[in-house]
Design a protein around this ligand. Structure first.
Ligand code: ADP
Ligand code: DP6
Length: 404
């Protein structure tokens, strides 16, 4: 075993992105290993808008227990089975490296100090768990200098939160259900990099930044146990949609991509409604966003926008950059000054727009008021890259927390 000074603090820092699924993961066939009942596919969103920043560090000078500090607050990770499972799997891989090469420092025996910050609300339906667990796994894997690929690491991130396994890569990412009982073939893989279709934009209508009612883990368990529709979706609907949406991505066929995205969001929420007792993630504001997108598509005469909703009321609207005026321009005209967030790198080309791309008399008038009252903020972003290794560490060379 290589010796190490008590004073040395080893560090690695990474950023990780949020992803928003277009074919939704909903339901587990194994709750311990976090194995899904159906494959899913997501778009990784740019870290120029939403990102997690995580530093993983280890040192002999730290107290014995591993710690996680999230957004400035210590977390009780000893009671978080998911976090412990990720850390333990990563440590095992490091131990294998150390056993094979005795010149390596014995990092696997050192306590970890992990510090993380999300630059957006945590646990508010904006997929912080996906970015958060992807960042944690990537940062510790970098600290341990693990040779595993992002696809191999997705097996570990999946144990933190299923959707996190898709945030280890950029662009368009599929998480295959796999067939093996041990979950070793339930992995995420890149379908296409962000550079394949960089024109994809995502406009997030933040409907509520409150904590959600039914957490996704609990909601999907209720659906698995009680919904008849659920089984049909997993077995008969999703497999065909996965094939079709991968072809649409390959061909950069937006209307096809959009229709599958909207239909799959609707089918997922139908299984929630079919659960017993029923689960409602979408609310009146969400439904107004659905109507708006259909009205825009009808007025334009082609499918230029697609909505999708996760386990919460926020709408994510995908479109192509060339249609920005039609979608973002129209939403901006509807919301006026009532919603914040019209800023950032993706907004610049839109800053000059003063008139809606689609005349507001083409939109159902009830939709206009509901959106105006119900959308507190927008986030304008696009498809982006996977985790990036950075040097702005959240832990100093001496092991202290760095104030950002
Ligand atoms: P969301 O809709 O934001 O994904 P969830 O309630 O599903 O909300 O997940 C929030 C949980 O994800 C947090 O309580 C925490 O356990 C975990 N999480 C979020 N951000 C991070 C992070 N940066 N590092 C580690 N874990 C995180
Ligand atoms: C609706 O990944 O949060 O966002 O594995 O229990 O942590 P756990 O669930 P989680 O569920 C995400 C559900 C979804 C759809 C999706 O992202 O595919």
């Amino acid at each position: 075993m290589a010796s190490q000074s008590n004073e040395v603090v080893y560090r690695a820092t990474t950023t990780a992105p949020v992803n928003i699924a277009v074919i939704k993961y909903w339901g587990k066939r194994d709750t311990t290993l976090n194995l899904p009942t159906n494959s899913s596919l997501s778009v990784t969103l740019s870290q120029r808008s939403l990102r997690t920043l995580t530093t993983a560090s280890c040192s002999a000078k730290y107290p014995a227990d591993d710690t996680l500090n999230l957004n400035g607050k210590p977390q009780d990770i000893q009671s978080s089975k998911r976090t412990l499972a990720c850390i333990s799997s990563l440590r095992t891989l490091r131990k294998e490296l150390e056993n094979a090469d005795s010149s390596l420092p014995n990092l696997s025996s050192l306590p970890l100090r992990i510090v993380s910050e999300n630059n957006f609300p945590t646990a508010a339906g904006l997929a912080s768990s996906a970015a958060g667990f992807a960042a944690l796994v990537r940062a510790v894997a970098d600290l341990y200098q693990l040779p595993q690929s992002p696809t191999e690491l997705s097996r570990i991130a999946r144990q933190g939160s299923g959707s996190a396994c898709r945030s280890l890569q950029g662009g368009f990412v599929a998480w295959r259900t796999g067939e093996l009982a041990d979950g070793s073939d339930s992995l995420a893989e890149e379908v296409a990099p962000a550079s394949h279709w960089p024109e994809i934009r995502a406009l997030i209508l933040v409907v509520s930044a409150e904590k959600k009612d039914v957490p996704s883990t609990e909601g999907m368990q209720t659906t698995v146990a009680t919904s008849d529709l659920f089984d049909h979706r997993a077995k008969n609907v999703v497999p065909e949609r996965m094939t079709a949406i991968e072809a649409a991505i390959r061909d950069r066929d937006f209307p096809k991509f959009a229709e599958i995205t909207m239909r799959d969001s609707n089918t997922f929420h139908a299984t929630c409604l079919d659960s017993w007792p029923p689960i409602f993630y979408m609310n009146d504001v969400s439904r107004a966003a659905v109507r708006l997108v259909h009205d825009i598509n009808r007025a334009v005469g082609r499918t230029v926008a697609a909505y999708t909703f996760d386990a919460g009321p926020n709408a994510v609207i995908y479109y192509e950059e060339k249609d920005s005026e039609l979608i973002a321009g129209t939403v901006k005209a509807i919301l006026g000054a009532t919603a914040g967030g019209w800023e950032g790198p993706f907004y610049e080309p839109l800053a000059q727009i003063t008139a809606p791309g689609v005349s507001l008399d083409k939109i159902d008038p009830r939709v206009l008021d509901v959106l105006k009252d119900g959308v507190s903020r927008v986030i304008l972003t696009g498809v982006g890259e996977g985790p990036v290794s950075v040097e702005d560490h959240l832990v100093s060379e001496t092991g202290d927390l760095v104030n950002q």
